[in-house]
Design a protein around this ligand. Structure first.
Ligand code: F6P
Length: 547
């Protein structure tokens, strides 16, 4: 029988090492070893990864790597890349890596070469993007398309929208892209009111084509179009879909040639490299989309080839397990010092929490350790003026990823150095903190009287010892973004294997979906069914007052 993770010798050793390090301050580790940065950082083309401000020693790093070996991480990684059905609760392969593999070597899933399928679909996307961007694709009144509305939610929205926002600096004004994900009518109403139906193209993205929020928004969009267009073929000229479900797309009225395929081996939250990324390609051109894929492929190669101890996504996953399962830090902040990455925290919330926010191991037994942390964050500068107080002096320690780039997207005199000064300063402050002696010396130097100093000291102490990782990209361009996202994708995979969690299903979102369906029918007929008294009371209040 395979030993549970917590019985592995490396796991036990890490538990002891964690006890030892809990009484160690990061600043002392730096003081003791002037070459700490050199030892605990890595550079690959386009990415510098510094984990020297994590509360680890070389010994911990090596034991974490041993844990990865004892968990057969390389074997699992190779299974994923080869198309084995590692998503075993759904009997599916996990092959988002095939979406960006430029090679021709076949990968077989159920006797079908997926590489061929991927390249065929990419060619279809490229031709379509060219047709729309060049103005050959015409709307019902023979006008070229000016606006694209992407309708989708979760994995069918977050990736494309995050990438669109991240790369907006590189867009020309051929097309504007808008996103509708929320079924709250206010979102679609606000988007549609700016648009002309004659020149608007809708991309309805849903892997299943059954997601009620997306279908509701898509139906509203059809109604809006038909209010303006009387032509029978208006829907065909203004709607395309991205889905695995050809029956449903046809039933919705979208011709097969206007459907871009994805496959069950692409998980929603890993799907921006597939046709789900169509809005990105429409916005930026297909070349930029190819660059995005190329950046991700570079990281796939690194993940497959670099030794575990020098493998950035492996270390990212292991450090997360270290912080959460051993040091008991239950939250993790994502702090981009790059406005272009403002949606990254939301994107990674789905990536990490929908993948690994689970409590049973491969065999379905409860795990005896904390799994993944709560992921949250926002751009660093805005966060500094909002929640960093908590990060510096709160009672809960929140490890953080700081992400920045060497080259700004907009080089406006002086701005980037101000931004980067904050990036460097914040992680330094979180690591070092300020002790009572330093606070006193500072206040004395400012001429504050002794009585006041004593009243203030405790309030001004920063404990420091807050673990952070710093990632510096060359630039947030399509290739750089591809690299960054693929790093996090593989981090999530590593976490899943180490924690023995099936990362590629999401049963936890099904319960609420099912209940909402039933409740929706009750609301339609204005009858509150069998529920607990709170739910009944809330529904009754809503029904009584909604007019
Ligand atoms: O929220 C749950 C979820 O199933 C996600 O995993 C998925 O990305 C999203 O819904 C959208 O699903 P679909 O692409 O099938 O509409």
């Amino acid at each position: 029988m395979v030993a549970s993770r917590s019985q592995l010798t490396s796991w036990q050793a890490l538990k002891e090492q964690a006890q030892g390090l809990k009484n160690t301050h990061l600043k002392n580790l730096f003081a003791a070893d002037p070459s700490r940065f050199d030892t605990l950082s890595l550079a690959i083309p386009g990415v510098l990864f510094d984990y020297s401000k994590q509360l680890v020693s070389e010994q911990v790093r090596d034991t974490l790597v041993e844990l990865a070996e004892q968990c057969d991480l390389p074997k699992w990684r190779d299974k994923m890349f080869a198309g084995d059905k590692i998503n075993f609760t759904e009997q599916r392969a996990v092959l988002h890596t095939a979406l960006r593999n430029p090679g021709t070597q076949a990968i077989d899933v159920d006797g079908v070469n997926v590489v061929e399928q991927v390249h065929k679909e990419l060619a279809k996307m490229a031709a379509f993007v060219d047709k729309v961007r060049s103005g050959q694709w015409r709307g019902y009144s023979n006008k070229a398309i000016r606006d694209v509305v992407s309708i989708g939610v979760g994995g069918s929205n977050l990736g494309p929208q995050m990438a669109t926002e991240a790369l907006a600096s590189y867009a020309d004004d051929t097309l504007q892209v808008h996103y509708v994900s929320n079924v709250d009518g206010v979102q679609i109403a606000q988007v549609l009111k700016q648009l002309n139906p004659e020149t608007t193209l809708f991309v309805v993205s849903s892997k299943t084509f059954t997601t009620s929020e997306t279908m509701t928004n898509a139906t509203t969009a059809v109604r809006w179009l038909k209010e303006a267009a009387t032509n029978d073929d208006a829907v065909a000229k203004h709607f395309v879909a991205v889905s695995t479900n050809l029956q449903k797309t046809a039933a919705f009225g979208i011709a097969d040639e206007n459907v871009f395929t994805m496959w069950d081996w692409v998980g929603g939250r890993f799907s921006m490299w597939s046709a789900i990324g169509l809005p990105i390609a429409l916005y930026l051109g297909f070349e930029a989309f190819t660059e995005l894929l190329a950046g991700a492929f570079e990281i796939d190669e690194h993940f497959c080839q670099a030794p575990l101890a020098a493998n950035i996504p492996v270390l990212m996953g292991l450090l997360s397990v270290w912080n959460t399962s051993f040091l008991d830090h239950r939250a993790q902040a994502i702090l981009p010092y790059d406005q272009a990455l403002h949606m990254l925290p939301a994107y990674l919330q789905q990536g990490e929490m929908e993948s690994n926010g689970k409590a049973v191991n491969f065999a379905g037994e409860p795990v005896p350790y904390t799994t993944v942390p709560l992921i949250w964050g926002m751009t660093g500068i805005n966060g500094q003026h909002a929640f960093y107080q908590y990060l510096h002096q709160g009672t809960t320690i929140v490890p953080a990823d700081f992400i920045a780039s060497v080259q700004p997207q907009a080089d406006i005199d002086g701005h980037h150095d101000v931004l980067m000064s904050n990036f460097f300063a914040q992680s330094e402050a979180m690591m070092n903190g300020v002790d009572a002696e330093q606070v006193r010396a500072d206040l004395q130097q400012k001429g504050v009287d002794e009585q006041q100093i004593e009243a203030l000291v405790a309030h001004k102490i920063h404990q420091g010892n807050r673990p952070t990782t710093s990632i510096i990209l060359d630039k947030v361009d399509a290739r750089g973004l591809g690299r960054l996202i693929a790093l996090y994708e593989h981090k999530i995979f590593v976490q899943g294997i180490i924690l023995e969690i099936c990362s590629f299903d999401q049963w936890g979102v099904e319960l609420g979906k099912g209940l909402a369906k039933n409740i929706e029918s009750e609301l339609r007929v204005q009858r509150v069914g069998e529920h607990d008294s709170s739910t009944q009371g809330l529904m009754a209040y809503y029904l009584t007052n909604r007019q």
